[in-house]
Design a protein around this ligand. Structure first.
Ligand code: PGA
Length: 268
């Protein structure tokens, strides 16, 4: 699992629609400086950062000496390579700006921008066609969870987006399970107990095939360690708690100690 053979856990953040260019530059410069001074922070962690499109190239520039430690991602990209698609950017354009990963199907994109399962499938293929990793986000609304249909719902989202991929393609896909009711400032953090069944279902169906399965939704410095212990969770995808550099570094520390302990268990 992971980019490097030693990676035990993925810790990443999407900045969503936040940060000016100057703020993005400051964060990325600070991250690069810290990772160069303390490379052990990513010994057992694959870090990733997903800025808004406007900051991609600048963040890429700031992270150039720590590229092996931090993957740069884009929050969205169109499935066509180029053309008359006003307001969109393509996977080759995102890659040109430095992205090596494309976030696809976040619940905010599904809800506000009409991103359907069919569209997520097109975007997954576009990312793979250009050698980038798709980070497919799935998750159910509260009503589906209350009806006890969460597993079925998220497996259908994953199945639809990944249909027809061969094993080499699947091995480059990241899946993030983010229950909609747990995301954002109106979200309620999910408990480890609530997450056990969906992760067991994802693990059974895709755990051995995809590169990693992550958890996202109100992750913070207090619950991260416990969330990482849930069977089937290979890492965390974080919004608000990682928008400040100190918050993200704290989460990397938690990931690193989880990774080391996990490796210790494997060694022992
Ligand atoms: P949050 O966002 O950590 O701020 O809840 C998570 C996400 O939307 O990926």
């Amino acid at each position: 699992m992971g980019l490097a053979a030693t990676s035990s856990c993925w810790i990443g953040t999407s900045w969503k629609m936040t940060k000016t260019l100057a703020e993005a530059r400051r964060y990325a410069a600070g991250l690069a400086e810290t990772l160069q001074a303390r490379p052990e922070l990513t010994d057992a962690v694959q870090a990733f950062v997903i800025p808004p499109h406007t900051a991609l190239a600048e963040v890429d520039r700031q992270l150039q000496h720590v590229q092996a430690q931090v993957l740069l991602g884009a929050q969205n990209a169109h499935w066509e390579d180029a053309g008359a698609w006003t307001g969109e950017i393509s996977v080759p354009q995102a890659a040109d700006a430095g992205a090596r990963l494309i976030e696809i199907g976040h619940s905010e994109r599904r809800e506000h921008f009409g991103e359907t399962v069919e569209i997520t499938a097109l975007k997954v293929r576009a990312a793979l066609r250009h050698g980038l990793r798709p980070l497919l986000c799935v998750g159910e609304p509260a009503s589906v969870r209350d009806a006890d249909e969460a597993e079925e719902f998220i497996l259908a989202q994953v199945r639809g987006a990944l249909a027809g991929l061969d094993s080499a393609q699947l091995a480059r896909v990241l899946v993030a399970y983010e229950p909609i009711w747990a995301i954002g400032e109106h979200g309620r953090p999910a408990t480890a107990q609530e997450l056990a069944a969906p992760f067991a279902a994802l693990d059974r169906a895709y755990g051995a095939q995809v590169e990693a399965v992550l958890y996202g939704g109100s992750v913070n410095q207090d619950n991260a360690a416990e969330l990482l212990e849930i069977p089937g969770v290979d890492g965390l995808f974080v919004g608000r708690s990682a928008w400040g550099l100190d918050g993200y570094l704290e989460l990397l520390k938690i990931g690193a100690s989880h990774g080391r302990a996990h490796r210790g268990r494997l060694d022992g």
